[in-house]
Design a protein around this ligand. Structure first.
Ligand SMILES: [Zn+2]
Length: 428
């Protein structure tokens, strides 16, 4: 059943949609007078906002890169979807039922609804996992949460669920809801063997991973049973919805506060995000099975809207070697970003979740309050590898840390760190 969306319906959706509300889900906008709004352009990398939205005329324009269009092309470009998928998404958003021309030579109707079907499957799976957490079979899952200081309300707030043991619980449930196997294969929720597809997540605690608009696009799953041969954490693989280089767990809950407080806290795991939010650090997010990379930086910057007036990015690495490595890697990223980057490390190496359990909410807030600039952290991490009590040790430390200081591109900050370094080394 091929068909094009009726022309007048497309116009109707475009007209009824507030472009500012849609853009708001991706970019922090500020009033710029005469009914227009400004923010950092989502299409090119910039520091001062040249991306303008004019709700009266329903259009956006970037004075930096020239990107220009209406709400449909905006969704198309940012969600990487076809024109039809974008119209369908926007129609669904305002509860508008689209009509299709019969026999048109347009894109396949199946294709058009693919993204929506994927989202629907995730929604059904999300509800399924959550309901499972309350069943007798999920005792281990509930114990895991309880042991880490999360009660029922916390589990609800973050939508934590449970994937039953066995091979086909979710598979049967989704088939029962009318999803076909070819559709299910695209969701990333199933593995494929000789005898067809089976549940990817089995006997695990489940965190729904949502996009910035709040739609569930994947899952993170924690191992619970000793006999589970799989990795401790298992995530959705790359799908049409789930791109791990762009996904930030908690972004849907944190985005407003990140924009308002001009701060983003990057932690390492799902339970750390939960602990931070419950402790009052509502700007916390985590990457899912990957390092904080260039794509994440773009998202963070867009939300912080760092138009010169600052905004902080705070990493909470644990004190171990892996954390320091991650810090030094971040150091190699774009330095305009690094200049606003801080590191908060708990002296005993506790992560936010452990800290909240052992010392309470205030200790988590204190951890974030004791953040140090990433430059300082990176230099000190280098010094730690040497014995500064001996002349030889101090010379070796200087040899290794001087290049780190030399890498600081900001000529205003570099000499200050050079002075700090000689202070830390106790040599002129
Ligand atoms: Zn632009």
């Amino acid at each position: 059943m091929a068909g094009l969306i009726k022309r007048e319906d497309i116009d109707e959706v475009r007209q009824r949609t507030d472009i500012k509300e849609v853009v708001d889900g991706y970019v922090t906008l500020k009033g710029a007078g005469l009914g227009s709004f400004k923010g950092l352009c989502p299409f090119h990398d910039e520091r001062s906002p040249s991306f303008t939205v004019r709700p009266q005329v329903g259009r956006y324009h970037c004075f930096g890169c020239g990107e220009d269009g209406d709400v449909i092309s905006f969704v198309q470009k940012l969600d990487h979807t076809s024109f039809h998928e974008a119209v369908e998404k926007l129609a669904a958003r305002i509860g508008f039922e689209l009509r299709y021309e019969d026999g048109g030579s347009g894109p396949n109707r199946e294709d058009v609804g693919r993204r929506q079907r994927l989202l629907d499957a995730h929604k059904v799976a999300d509800e399924f996992f959550r309901a499972q957490l309350l069943t007798p079979g999920a005792t281990e899952g509930r114990n895991f949460l309880h042991d880490r200081g999360f009660d029922r309300a916390a589990a609800d707030q973050f939508g934590v669920g449970y994937a039953p043991q066995g091979w086909d619980s979710l598979l049967k449930h989704l088939r029962g809801r009318g999803f076909t196997d070819p559709e299910l294969k695209l969701t990333g929720m199933f593995s494929e063997g000789g005898r067809g597809i089976y549940d990817r997540f089995r006997g695990r605690l489940i965190w729904p991973i949502r996009d910035i608009a709040g739609d569930t696009i994947g899952f993170g799953a924690r191992k619970l049973y000793e006999d589970d041969q799989g990795p401790k954490y298992l995530n959705t693989p790359e799908t049409a919805l789930y791109k791990k280089s762009q996904v930030l767990y908690g972004i849907d809950l944190a985005k407003r506060n990140i924009a308002k407080d001009r701060q983003i806290v990057v932690v390492e795991g799902y339970t750390d995000v939960m602990a931070c939010h419950l402790a009052g650090i509502t700007t916390a997010v985590a990457t899912c099975g990957t390092a904080f990379g260039t794509e994440h930086i773009k998202i963070a910057r867009r939300l912080l809207s760092d138009d010169g007036s600052g905004g902080e990015v705070i990493f909470t690495f644990d004190g171990d070697a892996a954390g320091q490595k991650a810090a030094l890697r971040a150091f190699e990223e774009d330095q305009r970003f690094v200049a606003q980057t801080y590191v908060a490390v708990e002296p005993n190496g506790a992560d936010p979740c452990e800290l909240r359990q052992s010392k309470g909410d205030a200790a988590v807030r204190d951890l974030i309050a004791t953040r140090r600039p990433l430059f300082e952290f990176a230099i000190r991490a280098t010094l730690k590898r040497h014995n500064l009590d001996t002349v030889e040790g101090r010379i070796a430390a200087l040899r290794e840390s001087a290049p780190v200081v030399a890498q600081i591109r900001d000529a205003g900050i570099r000499p200050a760190y050079a002075r700090e370094l000689s202070g830390w080394l106790g040599m002129p």
